[in-house]
Design a protein. Structure first.
Length: 329
């Protein structure tokens, strides 16, 4: 029994250090050490194992349980990036919807009626040319790159965030919009995708095949993380230089606690942390829970509701719907 507990203790310590590694994504960029970003992908599994082992020590009446419980406090906020409960109230002044339509909806005729039914002030679309959406009363910003913003309000200015590098896709679309006499900067984000197929990440009973699959996945992940770093830097400059309050939304192709999350949210509020309830999982094509769609805003705006609309399944992403109050002016 002592050997068994020793093994569990070493395992628990190992999981603790791996979890601490995910926190370093706030400081260490992928081009310096990409493996911390890789760890963020496994955060939910690592956290569940950590909690189970902590409960085991509590039930075993071991003093080390208090040490692991105390250390676990460091992960309260990171856990909230995935699962949260908040009861915000206020008057809605701006409603936004962010939705990756999956390669332009692939001819799905349900997408346009759904978007129109939302009656949103601003629609952020990713992986979409926007050519099928001609809603009465809406203006369109659609300069290319698979990004489209639709709005019921006056567009003051629009421009792509150009990486000036043919190997790095356009990461964002910047649109300045006047709403109720005030101008806001809306940034639609779509970071480089990993382009995985289900068969590439589905393991089977063949050890050699599984090992090769893992190697192939890592070979795709690391270079994409490094491209994300460049894209994040460009988007962050647009945020810093904005003379207006910012609402940033889209498909980051990155999980919470990643380098991308920490640096794109720098100086902004995660609407899910402010007003989200339950799980923020938005990508449902795999069984593993993944949150890669986000809505952030300047602190002068307050999110009063956050919904991942799981009532429809017309893409491999669920739409994210957020309402803001501009009372904190």
């Amino acid at each position: 029994m002592k050997i068994f507990r020793l093994i569990l203790f070493v395992l628990h310590l190992g999981i603790l250090f791996l979890l601490l590694g995910t926190l370093l994504n706030a400081y260490v960029p992928p081009k310096v050490f990409p493996w911390f970003n890789l760890l963020s992908l496994g955060f939910p599994v690592l956290m569940i194992l950590y909690i189970i082992l902590t409960i085991f020590w509590v039930l075993s009446w071991k003093k080390r349980a208090f040490v692991f419980m105390f250390a676990g406090l460091a992960f309260i906020n990171p856990v909230k990036h995935w699962v949260n409960y908040s009861d915000k109230k206020g008057n809605s002044e701006i409603k936004v919807v962010s939705f990756n339509t999956r390669a332009g909806g692939r001819g799905n005729k349900e997408i346009a009626p759904y978007l129109k039914s939302q009656n949103a002030d601003v629609l952020f679309l990713q992986e979409d040319a926007g050519k099928d959406y001609q809603f009465e009363g809406y203006q369109k910003a659609n300069p290319g790159g698979g990004l489209t913003i639709l709005t019921k309000h006056k567009i003051i200015k629009q421009q792509i965030i150009d990486p000036q590098d043919e190997n790095v896709r356009i990461p964002g679309l910047q649109v300045d919009i006047e709403i109720n006499g005030r101008i806001y900067r809306f940034i639609d984000v779509y970071l480089n995708p990993f382009r995985f197929e289900k068969d590439m990440v589905k393991l089977n009973g063949n050890t050699d095949t599984n090992e090769q699959k893992i190697k192939d996945v890592v070979k795709r992940l690391i270079p994409t993380f490094k491209k994300h770093q460049e894209q994040v830097s460009l988007i962050h400059k647009v945020i810093e230089n904005s003379p207006y309050p910012v609402i940033l939304a889209g498909d980051f192709n990155s999980v919470p606690n990643s380098y991308e999350y920490y640096h794109l949210s720098d100086g902004l509020e995660d609407a899910f942390l402010t007003s989200g309830k339950g799980s923020a999982t938005s990508f449902h094509d795999y069984k593993f829970p993944i949150r890669i769609d986000y809505v952030f805003s300047s602190k002068s705006l307050e999110a009063i509701s956050y919904e991942v609309d799981r009532s429809i399944s017309i893409s491999d992403h669920y739409p994210v719907i957020v309402k803001f109050s501009a009372e904190n002016k």
